[in-house]
Design a protein around this ligand. Structure first.
Ligand code: RIB
Ligand code: CA
Length: 315
């Protein structure tokens, strides 16, 4: 079975780091590269955190391309959460200093040239603010013809996490999210908080990860325990002995599409509302009269997700 190729666009953060390790370690995946963006932390930190994560698991060979240091339009762009709200993310990942360096080419040019010249199918998996992908589309609108599949972590229908109306990735760069969803990608899966809040890993599972002695599993245990403590403090969930690992669910859904329950809907992103900026407006009542532009995940198989994460990182 050929390995599935993907590019992860990340704002590394604790859940991004788990997604990176899953993608880099699975024998049925080929992580072509990581592109980094401002989001959980400033670009310099998300880039360094990505380099540290790849070096930690011995995959410093996977190239990292730094992208946008700010949203594409908002002037008053938000303080990166990792600094403003260190609850679930580390500003500096507790890993050895990176030996690897980011590539000289920027993320946007890398995305355009890689897809323009691709001979194999490469899935694009953005799990941070969509500033890089939106910029690539602005420079090269035909990108939508060259990208066979996009799986985005972002948005929320019945769940929000940064304002009463919005999810962080879409809120941090709403114009970018609106542009990407409207671009016309032919195979777009949106994995919002409604699904990722079912993709939780518990303290008990973290203990199993740590007991394995595997570097990736031990690091994931540290990252996820941080998340569990953070969620207890800032967004208490029913199960406060576990936390969602949002971005990792996108990697699982790439290989096991039925790990999430999806429905096709038209989705747009609010870019003006004072109270609702960044909200993913998912037309579940089919009121817009517009054709569906995304397969939207509203649920996830918690047990399968746990097996996927533990089996991959403990191998
Ligand atoms: O809202 C959750 C998303 O915002 C995740 O991708 C997390 O890493 C942050 O980027
Ligand atoms: Ca992220």
């Amino acid at each position: 079975m050929p390995r599935r190729k993907l590019i992860l666009d990340v704002d590394t953060g604790t859940d991004d780091a788990v997604a990176i390790m899953l993608a880099a370690l699975r024998p049925d995946l080929e992580l072509i590269a990581c592109t980094t963006v401002n989001g959980n932390c400033v670009l310099e930190r998300t880039t360094d955190n990505t380099l540290r994560t790849l070096d930690h698991i011995g995959r410093g060979d996977i190239p990292v391309y730094a992208g946008l240091s700010r949203p594409i339009a908002r002037l008053d762009f938000p303080t990166p959460r990792g600094e403003r709200d260190p609850g679930v993310h580390f500003v500096e990942m507790p890993l050895a200093k990176a030996k690897s360096k980011a590539q000289a080419t920027d993320a946007v040019e890398f995305l355009i040239e890689t897809y323009r010249n691709a001979t194999d199918e490469i899935s694009l998996v953005p799990v941070g603010p969509l500033s890089n992908v939106a910029s690539a589309l602005a420079l090269f609108p035909r990108l939508v013809e060259f990208v066979p599949e996009v799986i985005i972590m972002g948005g929320g229908h019945d769940v929000a996490n940064v304002t009463p109306a919005a999810e962080f990735n879409f809120w941090a760069d709403p114009e970018a999210a609106a542009l990407v969803l409207a671009a016309g990608f032919r195979n777009l899966t949106l994995v919002p908080l409604d699904a990722t809040h079912k993709a939780v890993i518990s303290f008990e599972q973290c203990s199993a990860l740590r007991a394995s002695g595997r570097p990736a599993a031990e690091a994931a245990a540290v990252f996820i325990e941080k998340r569990i403590q953070g969620y207890r403090a800032y967004q208490r969930l029913d199960n406060h002995d576990a936390a969602p690992v949002h971005d990792a669910l996108c990697v699982a859904a790439l290989l096991q599409p039925d790990i999430v329950e999806t429905c096709r809907h038209f989705v747009a992103v609010e870019t003006a509302g004072a109270l609702t900026i960044g909200r993913s407006v998912i037309d579940t009542s089919f009121r817009s009269g517009k054709a569906a532009n995304a397969r939207v995940a509203f649920n996830a198989d918690t047990a399968r997700f746990g097996r996927f994460v533990l089996e991959t990182l403990m191998a």
